[in-house]
Design a protein around this ligand. Structure first.
Ligand code: PLP
Length: 397
C-alpha cells in the first residue's frame, strides 16, 4: 500500500448523511456559465440584495474596535438581548434573553435540535417537500424521519388530520416550517393551534423553522407556534439573519429554546464551533436595532416578482402554479408538459440555460414539481419565463 494513501473507510453514519442539492445545482450551472453559456439562476436560496449598509458599517466598526476574539459561546449579551426584544415584539410571546442561543446560521439550530432531541430509532416528522437537511440529519443521528406530505391542493399547508395519523409512541420531534421552503406555503393560525394540541397531547417537541417569518405577503402577521399556551416549553424556534437582512454569508442565526435546552445547546456549541464570529454578531445587533426600511423594500420587491412569476407561469400550458403567501419560492406542478420535475429541470438547464431545482430535491412528494426562486431581477425573471414558455411548448408536442 502507498504509504501516503489516505484511508478512505468512512464511518458507517456517513452513508446516512444526505446533502442540499441546491448547492450542487448552482455549481453545475456555474460550470456551464464558465464554458460561455448564458445562464439564468433561479436555483438560488438567498436574497439577491446586498446586506444593508448600516449593518456592514457596524461590523466594520466592531472589527476596528477589537471584536476579533472569541465571543461567549451562547452569543454576545447585546445580541441575545436584541433578539429577545425583537422576538417578543414579532413572534407573539415574551422571550427572555437567557433562552436565546446564537448559532452559525439558522442551520446551527437545526443541527443542535436534531442532535439533542432525536435518539436512536426515534421518529421525527418532517415536511415533504421540505428543507432536505431535516431528513438528512434525522437519519445521520440514527433517527427515523417520517415525511408528512405537503400538497398544492392543500395550499402547501400540512393536513393536520394526516399529521395526527403519523404520530406513534416513538414520535419525538415535529418539524414545521412556515413560510416554507420550497413551496412558500404558510400555516394558518388554526393550523398552528391544531398542531399545538397534537404536540401537547402526544408530548412532542416542535422545531419551528421561522427563517422566512418576515418574508410574508398575506394580511396576517407572522405568529410563532411558541406563542400558543404551553408551547414555549416544547418549541425550539429557529430564526436568523440570512434571509431577512440578506446576510447569508455572515452565518448568524439563533434559537429560542425551552430553559432546559439552553445548557445542552451551549455544550453542543462548545463541542463544535465554540461561538459565532464576534464582529458578525455586532452587525446583527445593528440589523435588529437599526432602520428596517431595507427589509420592507426587499419584501415589497419580492411581492411584485412573485406576481410576475406566478402569473407568467400560469399562462403556460402544462404548468400550474399556486400563489404562495411567503418566502421567495414557487413550486409549480409541471406534469402537464409530460415531464417529471427532474426531467423538466435537467432539460430546461441544458436546452435553455434556466436553472431551477427538481421537486425531488426536497423529498418524494414533489415529483411533478420544480422549485423556482424569484430572488433575481425582474428582467431576468421575464426572460426566464419566455424561455420556459418556449421550452414547455416544445416539450408538450
Ligand atoms: C427552511 C430553511 N431553514 C433554514 C435555512 C438555513 O438558513 P441559514 O443560511 O441561516 O443557515 C434555510 C436556508 O436555505 C432554509 O431554507
Amino acid at each position: 500500500m502507498d504509504a501516503h494513501a489516505v484511508p478512505s473507510r468512512l464511518a458507517e453514519r456517513m452513508s446516512r448523511l444526505g446533502t442540499e442539492t441546491a448547492f450542487e445545482a448552482a455549481a453545475a450551472a456555474r460550470e456551464l456559465e464558465a464554458s460561455g453559456r448564458d445562464i439564468i439562476h433561479l436555483e438560488i436560496g438567498e436574497p439577491d440584495f446586498a446586506t444593508p449598509a448600516n449593518v456592514r458599517e457596524a461590523a466594520k466598526a466592531a472589527l476596528d474596535a477589537g471584536a476579533t476574539h472569541y465571543a461567549p459561546f451562547l452569543g454576545i449579551p447585546e445580541l441575545r438581548a436584541a433578539i429577545a426584544e425583537d422576538a417578543t415584539a414579532r413572534k407573539g410571546f415574551p422571550v427572555d434573553p437567557g433562552r436565546v442561543v446564537v448559532t452559525v446560521g439558522g442551520k446551527g439550530v437545526m443541527v443542535h435540535a436534531i442532535l439533542a432531541l432525536v435518539g436512536d430509532g426515534e421518529e421525527a416528522i418532517v415536511p415533504d417537500p421540505g428543507f432536505p437537511i431535516y431528513d438528512s440529519l434525522g437519519r445521520f443521528v440514527a433517527g427515523v424521519p417520517v415525511p408528512i406530505p405537503i400538497r398544492q391542493e392543500h395550499d402547501f399547508r400540512l393536513d393536520v388530520d394526516e399529521l395526527a395519523s403519523l404520530i406513534t409512541p416513538r414520535t419525538r420531534l415535529l418539524v414545521i416550517n412556515s413560510p416554507a421552503n420550497p413551496t412558500g406555503g404558510v400555516l394558518t393560525r388554526s393550523d398552528l393551534e391544531r398542531i399545538a394540541e397534537l404536540a401537547l397531547a402526544n408530548d412532542l417537541m416542535v422545531l419551528s423553522d421561522e427563517i422566512y417569518g418576515r418574508i410574508l405577503y398575506g394580511e396576517g402577521e407572522h405568529r410563532s407556534i411558541a406563542s400558543l399556551p404551553g408551547m414555549a416549553e416544547r418549541t425550539v424556534v429557529l430564526d436568523g439573519f440570512s434571509k431577512t437582512y440578506a446576510m447569508t454569508g455572515w452565518r448568524v442565526g439563533y434559537g429560542i429554546v425551552p430553559a432546559p435546552l439552553v445548557e445542552p445547546f451551549g455544550r453542543l456549541l462548545i463541542n463544535t464551533v465554540s461561538c459565532v464570529p464576534t464582529f458578525a454578531q455586532f452587525g446583527a445587533v445593528e440589523a435588529l436595532q437599526g432602520p428596517q426600511d431595507a427589509v420592507d423594500a426587499m419584501v415589497a420587491e419580492f411581492r411584485v416578482r412573485r406576481d410576475l412569476v406566478v402569473d407568467g407561469l400560469n399562462e403556460i400550458p402544462g404548468i400550474r402554479c399556486h400563489r404562495p403567501s411567503g418566502a421567495f419560492y414557487v413550486f409549480p406542478d409541471v406534469s402537464g408538459t409530460g415531464l417529471t420535475g427532474a426531467e423538466f429541470a435537467a432539460r430546461l438547464l441544458a436546452e435553455t440555460g434556466v436553472c431551477v431545482l427538481a421537486g425531488t430535491a426536497f423529498g418524494t412528494v414533489g415529483r411533478d414539481h420544480v422549485r423556482i426562486s424569484y430572488a433575481n431581477s425582474r428582467e431576468n425573471l421575464a426572460e426566464a419565463l419566455r424561455r420556459i414558455a418556449a421550452f414547455a411548448a416544445a416539450a408538450g408536442r
